[in-house]
Design a protein around this ligand. Sequence first.
Ligand SMILES: [Fe+2]
Length: 241
Amino acid sequence: MQTYAAELDKCEDTFIQAFKEHPVLAHLDRLDNATLEELLLQRRLVSLHFTPLYERAICALDSEEAKEVFRWLIREEYPRHGPNHREDFVADLQEIGLSKERILTAKPIGTTQAVIDGMYNLTAYRNEGNQYYGKGYDIHTIAALRLGSEVLPSVEYHALLGELGRRYGDKEYKHIRSHAYHDAKRTKIGESGTSHSDRLSTILAGMVDNDERLYVAVRAMYAVDCIKKGFYDQFKPQERG
Ligand SMILES: [Fe+2]
């Protein structure tokens, strides 16, 4: 089993590295203010789908252990007291000078809606995988959401945090800062850890115990990496004329 976990971890690291090197994300300093602001407004619209995606996964997953982690991840978004993470994201954007009206009336443009639809399609319940491989839906969905909704967002928010500090000064940036740290991959797949993504690591490793299941997980990672890179593609200078 360790061999499969190590292989999966290696594949995931390859996807993470490719995402980090996306020409927009790796060079946020090259975007003009208007483009960076649009990127942030659009990124918030994607972020709003975090909770419904997780709620749907919880209903569909078989693994009680995985369901419990996803339930906890949702609770993390809504502290018992004070603002929730959606409110924090609005506050972050107000800190860089965007008006409440502009933030709350922004609509998905370009491929943003396709990115949102892509995440729903990718994690829609399918039984065929279970017939062929057993645990197919669970492996596919845990691999996709761990990478696409925890690990890669931490990469995005790390890059954005640095750029916002450089451009607008050191402010609280509560949503962006907290997700940059608490979502990050800190341990290898198969090793236990406490970050949001790490909490799914041993569960995923425990399920991937043959070649077919490894293929299901890697395919899900590849698909989510493509969706996530698609979001940043729309902010390439050549895409914006
Ligand atoms: Fe998280």
